[in-house]
Design a protein around this ligand. Structure first.
Ligand code: NAP
Length: 394
């Protein structure tokens, strides 16, 4: 008899926790549970489709799924197909790795207008998440306001700015890519409520914005007469100083040199949104589409004995995928200490298996096969029915 551990959420923090657990206890039985028929959470639904290098982390996760005592339990929703109580009764420890999948709100008038989108919904749409099949109508969108100064804002601005050729080798949902390619986009404004010295962009991602083929990155030099805060720890100060240097390069770019412009605007807080415009603390800006990239919240989960949260569900929506590795390993050590003080529970297998790893691999194979003739890494199955049909038909 050995301990059984349930990990709810088969995203990066869930996989890194499984990895940490197996390093200490290779005999453990681990179920990685996800409400979607597909694993990898944010890597599949959130990481930008033009960042295939980042998505390559799934190779490590696949190696874990190949372990004999690790099961993928897809299409199982905890709280619906199996209650949290049943989970706690059936497993020796429960790990909550559900991430954060709800867009935070600005809390300003007009936020619920149909042309206002949260970044999670927007990125999930172009990444093929089956619950987000409706994207914004881009057919008459010339100007976009992207609210936020983090890497998600850069992802969103870049995905809108890139043309058909630059997205050709990605796994963006083809219809979404086409909608962006044919939209009459002319201006994208990336709007920070504070100065550039506070932006949380990372350097490589900001540099990337300056290399987009069909868009020129611009900013007003006047906002850049600042310095990275001296009180910041050195790595932060260096990152911010480098950001300022990159932005100074943008300030020297020539407006009109490319069909599309990405303007970085600072010290501008959103005040209200109206059809066709956004009011900022600095004035009003025309905007046919507003995308908020201001962070996420998570869904509630029960706390209690033997329940351990990890990743964004534990610490909030900050940090890159690699950040989760050390964090998840630390939680895995806590779980191992907890298990070491308890005998394994006996009882029947609590997991109602719907889509296992073989089902996921059928989806994977079908998607890769659909992508190959187009020179894409894959073309995703995007609706529940096709996902389930392919996964369940051997
Ligand atoms: P983030 O870096 O925390 O940025 C959120 C932004 O929203 C901040 O600029 C914040 O401004 C702004 N904001 C929050 N509330 C606002 C409000 N009411 N009005 C106006 N602005 C508001 O988070 P993120 O961009 O969502 O990214 C989440 C994490 O994922 C980050 O750690 C990020 O690095 C990571 N990520 C990494 C990559 C990559 O490595 N390529 C890609 C995507 C995401 P303040 O600073 O003033 O609060």
């Amino acid at each position: 008899m050995t301990h059984r551990v349930a990990i709810v959420g088969a995203g990066p923090s869930g996989f890194y926790t499984a990895d940490g657990l197996l390093r200490g206890r290779p005999d453990l039985r681990i179920d990685l549970i996800d409400r979607l028929p597909t694993p990898f959470g944010l890597v599949r639904a959130g990481v930008s489709p033009d960042h295939q290098g980042t998505k390559a982390v799934v190779r490590q996760f696949e190696r874990l799924l190949a372990q004999p005592d690790v099961r993928f339990a897809g299409n199982v929703e905890i709280g619906h197909d199996l209650s949290w109580d049943e989970l706690q009764e059936g497993y020796d420890a429960v790990i909550v790795a559900t991430g954060m999948v709800i867009d935070r709100k600005l809390g300003i008038p007009g936020e619920d207008l149909p042309h206002v989108w949260g970044s999670w919904k927007f990125v999930a749409w172009l990444n093929g998440h089956p619950d987000f099949r409706q994207g914004p109508d881009l057919s008459a969108v010339r100007r976009v306001a992207v609210i936020g100064n983090g890497n998600v804002a850069l992802d969103v601005a870049r995905l809108l700015a890139k043309g058909r050729e630059e997205m050709a080798k990605t796994d963006i949902v083809p219809e979404a890519g086409e909608a962006i390619a044919v939209a009459p986009l002319a201006e994208i404004h990336v709007i920070g409520r504070r100065g550039p010295e506070h932006a949380s962009f990372t350097n490589n991602e900001l540099v990337e914005m300056g290399r987009v083929g069909r868009a020129v990155a611009l900013t007003d030099a006047a906002a850049l007469a600042v310095q990275a805060p001296a009180s910041d720890p050195t790595p932060e100060r260096l990152r911010k100083a480098k950001n300022l240097e990159i932005l100074r390069g943008f300030a020297g770019n020539k407006a009109g040199s490319k069909p599309l412009a990405v303007h970085f605007r600072f010290n501008a807080s959103p005040v209200a949104i109206r059809p066709g415009e956004i009011e900022l603390s600095t004035g009003t800006l025309p905007a046919d589409l507003v995308i908020t990239c201001i962070g996420y919240r998570g869904e509630d989960f029960p706390e209690g004995e033997g329940v351990f949260a990890v990743g964004w569900a534990r610490r909030g929506p900050t940090g890159t995928i690699p950040t989760n590795r050390a964090d998840s390993h630390a939680v895995a050590r806590e779980v191992l200490a907890w298990l070491s003080e308890r005998d394994p529970k006996s009882g029947p297998d609590p997991m109602p298996l719907s889509i296992d790893v073989a089902g996921w691999h059928r989806i994977d194979k079908a998607e890769i096969a659909a992508g190959t003739p187009l020179g894409r890494p894959r073309v995703k199955l995007v609706d529940w029915k096709s996902l389930l049909d392919v996964a369940q038909n051997d």
